[in-house]
Design a protein around this ligand. Structure first.
Ligand code: SAM
Length: 247
């Protein structure tokens, strides 16, 4: 039966697709993927490129990166309608999503819009590998073992705070509660974040991860990374303490 299958890909490395993801792509007549501009290639499509056959039709879905709600809502509706139209015409379609489709993903909005606007449309989701898990694994593979959470610890995955005051408060709460932090959307905020972490003596306990899975990936202890603007595809893991009993 034709369906929409939302598929997590990467992050970065085309080998970081599950068997289910590769099979879903192979079985689809149409491969949809988010783009931020009309002619852009799309990060998810780039990652999945080795798994897309020349005969498969590509369907870029425009998700503009703007603050105003109206154009974004219109784009989510348009994406849901385009996906549902393929299924109604008897074609299976995969929607590619960088990392996992449930974590800060444009595809989540398409999924919500699809459910609301086309409740009869068959829909499956194939989980992906989040950038946080990929960063921890890549660091460990490079000799910087980085368990995300142990024993009674919590793991908080969230966008990087907008201000130093917010970060200070977050660090204090996390230290008190035994929470490991994974800060996404680090980018330009690294320029003020690094000096703040240095002042608190935390740099050596942070893992900096840039473009994980790409040939130019960088995984490093944060004290090795200068305080300058970083690309959008960068994140920071912060562990302020370790459990008492360790190997
Ligand atoms: C919109 S979120 C997408 C998260 C994605 N759905 C996931 O499951 O990881 C984008 C943020 O995730 C992080 N990210 C995604 N891919 C990354 C990569 N390859 N390397 C480093 N960080 C990445 C960055 O912090 C980036 O700003």
């Amino acid at each position: 039966m034709p369906a929409v299958t939302v598929v997590g890909v990467g992050p970065g490395d085309p080998d970081l697709l599950t068997v289910a993801a590769v099979r879903a792509i192979a079985a689809a007549a149409v491969v949809a993927y988010p783009v931020a501009q009309p002619e852009a290639e799309g990060m998810a499509a780039r990652i999945a490129a080795p798994w897309i056959a020349p005969g498969q039709r590509r369907l870029p879905l425009l998700f503009p990166m703007v603050e105003e709600p109206e154009p974004r809502i219109a784009a989510w509706h348009a994406a849901a309608d385009a996906l549902a139209a393929e299924v109604a015409a008897g074609r299976s379609v995969v929607l590619l999503c960088e990392g996992d489709a449930s974590l800060y993903a444009s595809c989540s909005y398409a999924l919500l819009a699809l459910r609301r606007r086309h409740p009869g449309c068959a829909l499956t989701v194939v989980p992906g590998i989040t950038a946080v898990a990929a960063a921890a694994a890549a660091a460990s593979s490079l000799g910087l073992p980085w368990p995300l959470a142990l024993q009674q610890e919590s793991l908080l995955i969230r966008p990087t705070p907008e201000t130093p005051a917010e970060l200070e408060a977050l660090l204090e709460r996390s230290a008190a509660e035994g929470t490991v932090l994974a800060l996404l959307k680090l980018g330009r905020r690294w320029a003020w974040l690094r000096p703040l972490l240095e002042r608190r003596g935390l740099l050596g306990q942070c893992l900096f991860a840039r473009r994980v899975g790409w040939p130019d990936q960088l995984l490093a202890s944060a004290d090795q990374v200068p305080a300058e603007e970083q690309p959008y595809f960068s994140l920071l893991l912060i562990r302020q303490a370790w459990p008492a009993v360790l190997p």
